[in-house]
Write a protein that binds this ligand. Structure first.
Ligand SMILES: *Cc1c(COP(=O)(O)O)cnc(C)c1O
Length: 355
């Protein structure tokens, strides 16, 4: 089955990086236990490498634009254990582009024991600049410093004749979000093929780029599924206005503004801030419990930073009846399981033997 909505997606440059469609399948045992039909959309399996994730969908469009503009070098940003940075590096390698990372050490890496995504970035041979947070400096200030340093670096390379492409943190802009319009169309095709209707869609939200694309796709296909976005870090409600703008920019980018109804924050975007504490990259008991439950019921792994917190949120919505018994729910697995091999501070109590 192939939706006519796909015609919009073919109007903009794109580089094929992924193994799409990613699987959609039912969690049989967990559905039975909870009384809710739970399906999982497996964007942990997007490729490029075996450590895929949601950023690959965005990168197909972002790097499509980079290649169309004749760029040879790609800059991006994030935490030292950023999934987005790691996926950008793998995607650049696939396309023969040079990846340069500016990473803020929210958790300081141990030079003698480099782990998880930072290890993969090194194996993949990315040029890595680690920005340590200075005494008295906030995370945001260190981020600003990383952007400023990269800007100077880019200017030097451009003066030498290179062409640089600058990808914001998380690949969060209208171009990247086009990848999740495609994701939503893909999900719609899969649900139709299975003959089922999703009442709810749960996913982890950080920069909001994934949500922007999902909401845009939702409004393009005129879906009535309620998207619930579980935050992994603090966000003010006004952040939803940025996501709204990104969603409408994505629709405009693919020329679909008149086919979709515009994304409106109050109606279409739903943050749930109840599950991110104690904070970004800091484990929570709820996430640890969700990681163990899913692993021990279904043999599927979610992570402590993103998908574990979102899964904990979904389970809580089910337990408390906010998601009624008998509903059908899709959990969008956005990847990130490499964090299971990250620094101990990030991990939490995920190995407890019994509940
Ligand atoms: C980046 C990321 C998210 C959040 O996606 P945004 O587009 O930044 O909101 C969710 N899950 C995982 C595993 C991620 O790496």
């Amino acid at each position: 089955m192939n939706h006519s909505y796909r015609k919009y997606l073919n109007t903009v440059p794109k580089q094929k990086l992924s193994f799409l469609p990613t699987p959609l399948h039912k969690l049989e045992r967990l559905s039975e236990q909870t009384g809710v039909n739970i399906y999982m959309k497996r964007d942990d399996m997007t490729g490029v490498s075996q450590f895929g994730g949601n950023k690959i969908r965005k990168l197909e469009y972002l790097l499509g634009d980079a290649v169309a503009k004749g760029c040879d070098t790609v800059f991006t940003y994030g935490a030292t254990q950023s999934n987005h940075a790691m996926q950008t590096v793998t995607a650049c390698r696939r396309l023969g582009l040079t990846p340069i990372l500016y990473l803020v050490a929210i958790v300081e890496p141990d030079e003698q024991d480099i782990r998880s995504n930072l290890l993969l970035d090194q194996i993949l041979g990315a040029e890595i600049h680690v920005i340590k947070i200075r005494d008295g400096e906030t995370e945001e200030e260190a981020e600003e410093r990383s952007f400023a340093e990269a800007k100077e670096h880019m200017a030097r390379l451009e003066a030498q004749g290179h062409r640089c492409y600058d990808i914001p943190m998380g690949g969060a802009n209208g171009i990247g979000s086009a990848g999740f319009i495609e994701g939503y169309v893909e999900l719609t095709e899969q649900l139709e093929a299975l003959g089922i209707h999703a009442d709810y869609l749960f996913h982890a939200t950080g920069t909001g780029g994934t949500l922007a694309g999902l909401a845009a796709g939702h409004n393009l296909v005129h879906s009535d599924t309620r998207i619930i976005s579980v935050n992994v870090s603090f966000k003010e409600q006004k952040h939803l206005k940025k996501v709204e703008a990104m969603a409408n920019a994505a629709l405009a980018y693919i020329g679909a503004e008149s086919a979709a109804y515009p994304v409106e924050a109050e109606r279409d975007l739903h943050y749930d801030l109840n599950y991110y504490l104690p904070g970004y990259e800091i484990p929570s008991e709820g996430a640890s419990e969700a990681i163990r439950l899913l692993a021990r019921t279904e043999g599927i792994l979610v992570d402590p930073v993103y998908t574990g917190k979102a899964f904990a949120g979904m389970l809580d919505h089910i337990r408390t009846g906010k998601v009624p018994q008998g509903s059908t729910v899709v959990f969008w697995h956005t990847g990130g399981a490499t964090a299971l091999f990250a620094e101990k501070e990030i991990l939490g109590d995920i190995c407890r033997k019994t509940e």
